[in-house]
Every structure is written in structure tokens, then in C-alpha cells.
Write a protein that binds this ligand. Structure first.
Ligand code: FES
Length: 128
């Protein structure tokens, strides 16, 4: 199987069997956004201790790319400092997915990142 096919299979697997989908009992932050072009939605919740993400969950509905990216991101960020999340960019997501994306699909893939980064920055405003 080619590397491309392996990545596609991983994306499909995350879409069909999403990791960390649902809600946290007591999140420190919850943020929700949607893709205005299609209406697909993502909500991300984070639990943070000493600047490190200790738990995360997402909920939402939409295309395979947006939902699979959210699922993959949850796996990546648990144990990660919030400061690192702030540095995540388009390249990070493309590397995570491992496939080329056209402009429309790129918007799908970046939706969870947009929500996650809003959460990371929003945490600074969160009371101790
Ligand atoms: Fe809506 Fe992908 S088609 S986020």
C-alpha cells in the first residue's frame, strides 16, 4: 500500500471511529465554531493543568476531513503545553494528515485548528 493510501486509511479510520469524541465533565475551556461554507461544526473542550493539556474532547458533525482532523488533533494535544498549541499552523495539520489538500478541503482540515487555537488563547482569559 502506498504512503498516501495509508494516510487516507488513517483519516477514514478516525472519521469512522473518532477518538475523544464527546464532552468533558468539567472543561476549563469550551469553544465552538463552524465552517460558514458548509455549516459543519466543531466544539472542542480542554482541561488544563499547569499550562499542559491533561484532557480534551471534541464534538461536532461534518465531512470526513474536518471530523478526522479533530480526532487526530485530540490525540496529539493531550500532554502538550498550551503554548505549543498556539504555535500550531497549517503545515502542522498537513503533516498530521499526510496528504495533499485542495483549497476547499484545506478549509475543512483547518476548522478544528481554528477552534483549538481559539481555546488556547481563550485560556489566558480564564480565571484561575
Ligand atoms: Fe464542511 Fe468539510 S465540507 S468542513
Amino acid at each position: 500500500m502506498s504512503t498516501d493510501a495509508l494516510y487516507r486509511e488513517a483519516i477514514l479510520d478516525h472519521y469512522k471511529h473518532p477518538r475523544y469524541k464527546g464532552h468533558l465533565e468539567t472543561p476549563d475551556f469550551q469553544y465552538h465554531d463552524h465552517n460558514p461554507f458548509c455549516g459543519d461544526e466543531i466544539t472542542i473542550e480542554l482541561k488544563v493543568k499547569d499550562g499542559i493539556v491533561v484532557d480534551a474532547a471534541f464534538d461536532g458533525h461534518g465531512c470526513a476531513i474536518s471530523q478526522a482532523t479533530a480526532s487526530m488533533l485530540m490525540e496529539e494535544i493531550i500532554g502538550m503545553p498550551v503554548e505549543e498549541i498556539k504555535k500550531m499552523d497549517k503545515e502542522y495539520i498537513l503533516e498530521l494528515l499526510g496528504i495533499e489538500l485542495g483549497p476547499v478541503r484545506l478549509k475543512c482540515a483547518l476548522l478544528p485548528l481554528k477552534v483549538l487555537k481559539a481555546g488556547a488563547y481563550g485560556l489566558e482569559e480564564w480565571p484561575e
